[in-house]
Design a protein around this ligand. Structure first.
Ligand SMILES: Cc1cc2nc3c(=O)[nH]c(=O)nc-3n(C[C@H](O)[C@H](O)[C@H](O)COP(=O)(O)OP(=O)(O)OC[C@H]3O[C@@H](n4cnc5c(N)ncnc54)[C@H](O)[C@@H]3O)c2cc1C
Length: 441
């Protein structure tokens, strides 16, 4: 096997693999991305990304992060049909039954399908002169010398017996939540990271609609989040080609199905009247796609004492937060950017520095989801005092945000990962939450 200095290999060309490749291209002479799916995302979801049928919202923080990795990518998505929307004046958000006051917070986002977003990002990566994307190949195991350093990866052509060893100075696993890094580490004699699981048992059912323009007036997104007595929610989101995606999701036994009558009944139970009227003026243009998401998973690589040099894990393979909170792609982009920062300090000991920094990125999103899920997921594991208290405070804050513009804006910023959850505990907001948003005096 030929040695290949300055070569990095990224496993998986999902969003985190693509972001990672972008960053590594600045630090390595060559970058190879190995993706199991033979065909790229073009105008429809692909096999390796079943979540591509379901809405993929960009959090407030995502637009800045994406633009920092791929300058102009948000505007480019809009040129390709993504819908520009002002955050909160064009969003109608109901949390725990409280409609957040529509407020100008001076931020814009784009609404689009996951395939459109992935396609635009993949095209940017494809245009990088030192990056090669090998589709139709899958990672099957790591290569090492003496076990203390990963020196490459064995890949196999999907659906055939053909194998090849790729030498690399750095291998990054971005193969998603079902990634096999833990098993690979075990084979090399390394300890596996502890795994935290939050068994949320979320199920999604999503259907696409064609609706007349401006059928919801100025609104471009309607989100009704679940309540403890009825842990089901809906997301109704505008996207390219005058289409809207309508999702019904539920925790545990409240799972929606692909049956059109059941789907319509579930929507009718939750959607505000004006959404139902808009739907009546539109046409369903797809089947109902269903997907299950059993549990949030956080793998604590940051707590390991021993780990091989030359190997990292990122994206959902590292931490997969309940998708209801829409944080996965933002976390993936933030981790990739952090990897770039850590690489400025060289590759020696990179794993320890990177995993610790990545854990600091995921922690607020993970905690926020745990707090939100506590009253919904019906699992005793979430009923710790701190979690229950935080969750009760969130409900108060949502009530305050019905009338208090600052509370509404703060909630959107925290949900959007633009501010840490501590932002909600500033004295002015604390007082408002305790008063339930009613004016003073
Ligand atoms: C229903 C649902 C809705 C979601 N909604 C949102 C949202 O609104 N906003 C948001 O930010 N995030 C959302 N997410 C999360 C988001 O999709 C992911 O967090 C994000 O895309 C990062 O994923 P990833 O790239 O790490 O992994 P994945 O998206 O799983 O990608 C992994 C890639 O690796 C490939 N692969 C797997 N095994 C191998 C192998 N052995 N060799 C080579 N390639 C391999 C796969 O084919 C795939 O392309 C949602 C997720 C779900 C399930």
């Amino acid at each position: 096997m030929a040695t290949s200095p300055d070569h990095a290999v990224v496993l998986g060309a999902g969003m985190s693999g693509l972001f990672t490749a972008r960053v590594l291209a600045q630090h390595f002479r060559r970058v190879t991305v190995v993706e199991r799916d033979a065909t790229p995302t073009d105008d429809g979801p692909r096999r390796g990304i079943p979540q591509g049928h379901h809405p993929h919202g960009l959090l407030l923080k995502a637009s800045d992060l994406f633009d920092s990795l791929f300058p102009g990518i948000i505007a480019e998505c809009a040129e390709h049909g993504a819908v520009r929307a002002n955050v909160l004046t064009q969003h109608r958000v109901y949390i725990y039954g409280h409609e957040l006051r529509q407020t100008e917070i001076g931020r814009e986002t784009v609404l689009l399908s996951r395939p459109l977003l992935e396609h635009r990002v993949a095209e940017r990566v494809r245009a990088l002169p030192n990056v090669t994307v090998r589709r139709g190949w899958e990672a099957v195991g790591l290569l090492t010398t003496g076990g203390y350093r990963v020196t490459g990866v064995t890949v196999g052509r999907s659906g055939s017996g053909e194998r090849e060893d790729l030498a690399a100075d750095l291998v990054v696993d971005a193969t998603g939540r079902s990634g096999r890094a833990r098993a690979w580490l075990r084979t090399l004699g390394y300890p596996e990271p502890a795994e935290q699981r939050v068994p949320v048992g979320i199920s999604y059912a999503t259907r696409l609609y064609e609706l007349p323009p401006d059928v919801l007036g100025n609104d471009r997104l309607v989100s009704v989040s679940p309540q403890p007595a009825h842990p089901r929610g809906i997301a109704f989101v505008s996207r390219e080609n005058h289409r809207w995606s309508l999702s019904l999701y539920g925790y545990g036994d409240h799972r929606p199905t692909a049956d059109p009558d059941e789907f319509a009944a579930g929507i009718a139970e939750l959607a505000p009247e004006y959404v139902l009227k808009a739907l009546a003026r539109g046409t369903a243009v797809s089947d109902i796609q269903v997907m299950q998401y059993p549990a949030g998973i956080r793998r604590r690589y940051d707590r390991l004492d021993r780990f091989p040099e030359g190997f990292l894990v990122t994206g959902d393979a590292l931490c997969s937060v309940n998708p209801v909170y829409g944080s996965g792609m933002t976390i993936a982009a933030a981790q990739a950017r952090e990897l770039g920062r850590q690489l400025r300090g060289g590759t020696h000991g990179l794993w320890r520095r990177y995993f610790r920094a990545a854990a600091r990125i995921t922690a607020p999103a993970w905690q926020f989801a745990v707090m939100g899920d506590a009253p919904l997921a019906g699992t005793s594991r979430l009923r710790q005092p701190g979690v229950v208290l935080g969750s009760a405070y969130m409900r108060r804050m949502a009530r305050a945000a019905e009338t208090d513009q600052e509370a509404a804006g703060a909630l959107m910023r925290v949900v959007g990962m633009d501010r840490s959850p501590a932002h909600l505990f500033r004295p002015r907001l604390l007082a408002s939450a305790l008063r339930g948003g009613r004016p003073r005096g």
